[in-house]
Design a protein around this ligand. Structure first.
Ligand code: F0G
Length: 356
């Protein structure tokens, strides 16, 4: 396979598909050393894995390349998902490549503009529902049980198989870190990355596991709440709300798996406020040159909070997974940064504006 060495399909022997993959060269994302962030949080080594640099701009592509390939292998003609945006953008893109019909259900008015634009342009049938993500997921599961449509949410077991390659890539590049920090919404990704590291241990490539550390938004934090009480499962939150619309989820479908991943690695769950999320987004963009969407910045916001609360060992090696690209959500950027200043078209006016 041409170029396979830099994609998810580098790990083909560990991925459960038989046919040639539907690939857009996903995976192989950069792992940046984040020195200013290290200083800030007082930890020896902090890396940021920029999943926003996947073809559709999020980590979802790792799962979709496998999930859509599986749909073809099974002879399916149509695929569907519920989404807070990124899953739908990615599914639409891979369905286009595969020649499959795509249907996406979104919570109307609560999906970042860039993501809707992608789903539309890649040719999916986009249906907004008057409800939240949890409602959309319940409905699409029922629809797919009645209609001959292949469901591609992360309850589909092949999606996490692709996403577990995040763990393989990290281990390939720097070995198994002490801690992996990532945002948690529907809880598929934390479970998938945990599985990836667990497999490396099971085949004897390592005997260590990273402390899996899940970060949620304050207004959408059922897993954090369960963790605080030492519970194995969550109580769903009825009306989740956060500026990080990607993780605006009250009833995560993989909650139990996520909690197991956290407990069994001696990891942590933490919550961050919307303003902490935006501050972290700005810090990453302006101090590290890493442009991410709000949900992704939750991992860094969580890291800062854990550091401030003395929860981190200064000798740790930490990887923050940032999950989606800055360009996904331009409307929030304009809201929090303001519009550019506007001046008359003269040298004097421009210099005045520069000095202001
Ligand atoms: N970060 C981003 C940018 C996301 O889009 C998502 C989930 C997450 C983090 C959380 O990952 O659900 O595996 O815990 N987005 C889904 C979607 C729900 O529909 O795009 P998770």
């Amino acid at each position: 396979l041409d170029g396979s060495n830099i994609t998810v399909w580098k790990y083909r022997s560990l991925l459960p598909v038989k046919i040639d993959p539907v690939t857009l060269k996903e995976g192989g994302t950069p792992l940046y050393r984040a020195e200013r962030l290290e200083k800030e949080v007082g930890v020896r080594r902090v890396y940021v894995k920029h999943e926003g640099l996947n073809p559709s701009g999020s980590f979802k592509d790792r799962g979709m390349t496998v999930g859509v390939t599986k749909a073809l292998e099974l002879g399916r003609k149509a695929v569907a998902c519920a989404s807070t945006g990124n899953t739908s953008a990615s599914m639409a893109m891979y369905a286009a490549k595969a020649g499959l019909k795509a249907y996406v259900l979104l919570p109307a008015g609560k999906v970042a503009l860039g993501k809707v634009a992608q789903a539309l342009m890649h040719g999916a049938k986009v249906i907004g529902i008057d409800g939240n993500f949890d409602d959309a997921l319940r409905i699409v599961r029922e629809v797919c049980s009645r209609e001959p449509i292949y469901l591609l949410n992360s309850i589909n077991p092949f999606r996490p198989e692709g996403q577990k390659t995040i763990a393989y890539e990290i281990a390939d590049e720097i070995g198994v870190p002490d801690r992996v920090v990532l945002p948690v919404g529907n809880a598929g990704n934390i479970s998938a990355i945990y599985k990836g590291f667990k497999e490396l241990r099971e085949v004897g490539l390592t005997d260590s596991m990273p402390k899996m550390t899940g970060i949620q938004a304050e207004g959408a934090a059922p897993i954090y709440r369960a963790f605080k009480e030492g519970k194995e499962d969550i109580t769903p939150m009825e009306n989740p709300e956060t500026i990080a619309t990607a993780i605006r989820i009250g009833n995560p479908v993989s909650a139990k798996k996520a909690l197991r991943a956290i407990y069994s690695t001696n990891g942590l769950a933490e919550v961050v406020s919307d303003s902490e999320i935006i501050e972290a987004q700005k810090f990453l963009a302006a101090k590290e040159g890493i442009g991410v969407e709000p949900a992704s910045a939750a991992s860094v916001a969580g890291l800062r909070k854990l550091a401030a609360n003395g929860m981190l060992d200064p000798d740790e090696t930490i990887v923050c997974v940032v999950t989606g690209n800055l360009l996904k959500d331009p409307e929030t950027v304009v809201r929090v940064c303001g519009e550019p200043v506007k001046v008359e078209a003269s040298v004097e006016a421009v210099i005045r504006a520069m000095r202001a």
